[in-house]
Design a protein around this ligand. Structure first.
Ligand SMILES: [Zn+2]
Length: 102
């Protein structure tokens, strides 16, 4: 069970990083396509909103990842969230990618 949770953690982190890194080239491409096809910025605006929503979704999902042991937020509370830099669970102290004994 614990290994599945850490696998899901890595997947969420990869998706967040992918959205973050792909947003700039995708916006550039949409801007060029929008200007050449529609002679306006409508496609660029839509793509910007879509990437912003996708970034929010993946970011919030990653920030609220539940600890495999105690099932509370691994990175901390909303006012003290260590995000990707959290090395251990804020609540029970389980190390990142650590083995949870049940
Ligand atoms: Zn925990």
């Amino acid at each position: 069970m614990c290994e599945q949770d850490w696998k899901r953690y890595r997947k969420y982190r990869f998706q967040l990083l992918t959205v973050w890194l792909a947003s700039a080239p995708a916006a550039l491409l949409c801007g060029v396509l929008s200007q050449s096809l529609f002679h306006s910025d409508v496609l660029l605006s839509l793509a910007s909103v879509a990437f912003f929503v996708l970034f929010l979704y993946t970011g919030i999902r990653f920030q609220n990842f539940p600890c495999p042991r105690c099932r509370q937020s691994f990175a901390g509370k909303w006012w003290n969230n260590q995000s990707v830099f959290a090395r251990s669970c804020h609540h029970c102290g389980l190390a990142k990618f650590g083995v949870c004994e049940e």
